[in-house]
Design a protein around this ligand. Structure first.
Ligand SMILES: C[S@@+](CC[C@H](N)C(=O)[O-])C[C@H]1O[C@@H](n2cnc3c(N)ncnc32)[C@H](O)[C@@H]1O
Length: 264
């Protein structure tokens, strides 16, 4: 995916993204699992609106520092707004490519987090750069979802297939604990481990399902569909979601979440 395309797509998604309760909850869970210490230097790669970065900044105190990097200025504008509202002074946001952070020397960070951003960031280039940026013994942590989740995303792709549009599952490449650990090992990390924890979607997460799936870069092939087919697809998808909510609410409102960790 081209960087300009990623930035433009997330610029469009930025307003309202801070209402994504499951993104916030899973980013904060990732940070909690890192066990940060006062004074830690943290890099948050693909920070978006800064959910993980802001949570980390609250934990590390004034001696530590967090840098959140993202391609999308729209997402970073939202992050700045939340940082200002929280009166945090130990955090900065930089618009740049998380795979090429040449402004930072080797071993500049104690912890690197990437909360649901490795779906879009090239995995090999990203992990290699973050390996360089971590001090020896420093912690790499990322989150993603197993292949086939969330159920609302899988149903979206199944509905799109009915309209002749085949869409890949963006979670498939890192879609298991072993795939996450293998990617970390291949980038030179040690002591890899992965944890699978449930995440709960809120009612407003579900309300946003059509919009966020439609706007997802992974689903961009849908942009070629004629307007009337798109409308019919939306109606079909919303009916399928409603039926699933009646039949198996737990399946729709929860998902396993993968959290992967390793040491430099
Ligand atoms: C799904 S969002 C996740 C945002 C945030 N970490 C969270 O937990 O909500 C993915 C983010 O990664 C950013 N991104 C994608 N590729 C990137 C790259 N190469 N460098 C920096 N940011 C990137 C996107 O702009 C987007 O904000």
């Amino acid at each position: 995916m081209r960087r300009e395309e990623i930035a433009a797509t997330f610029d469009l998604r930025a307003r309202g993204y801070r209402d994504s309760d499951w993104h916030r909850a899973s980013a904060e869970r990732l940070v909690d699992l890192c066990g940060l210490k006062a004074g830690d230097r943290v890099l948050d790669a693909g920070t978006g609106t800064g959910f993980a970065a802001l949570h980390a900044a609250r934990q590390i105190g004034s001696q530590g520092g967090v840098v959140g990097v993202d391609l999308s200025q729209g997402m970073l504008t939202e992050a700045h707004a939340e940082a200002a509202a929280s009166s945090l002074t130990n955090i900065e946001f930089i618009q740049c490519d998380a795979t090429a952070l040449t402004q930072f020397p080797d071993a500049a960070f104690d912890v690197v987090t990437a909360a649901t951003s490795l779906i879009y960031i090239p995995v090999v280039e990203g992990l290699r750069e973050w390996h360089r940026l971590l001090r020896r013994g420093g912690l790499m942590a990322f989150s993603t979802m197993p292949a086939g989740f969330p159920v609302a995303g899988r149903l979206f792709r199944e509905c799109a297939a009915e309209y002749g549009v085949g869409l890949d599952d963006p979670c498939a490449p890192l879609g298991s604990e072993s795939a996450c650990q293998n990617a970390l090992s291949a980038a030179g990390f040690d002591d890899t481990r992965a944890v699978t924890d449930p995440i709960r979607f809120s009612v407003r997460d579900l309300d946003r399902a059509w919009e966020s799936n439609l706007r997802s870069l992974a689903h961009k092939a849908l942009r070629d569909l004629p307007a009337e087919s798109l409308l019919a697809l939306q109606q079909r998808y919303e009916a399928v979601l409603a039926a699933e909510l009646r039949a198996d609410p737990a399946a729709l409102l929860t998902s396993p979440m993968l959290y992967a960790f390793a040491r430099r």
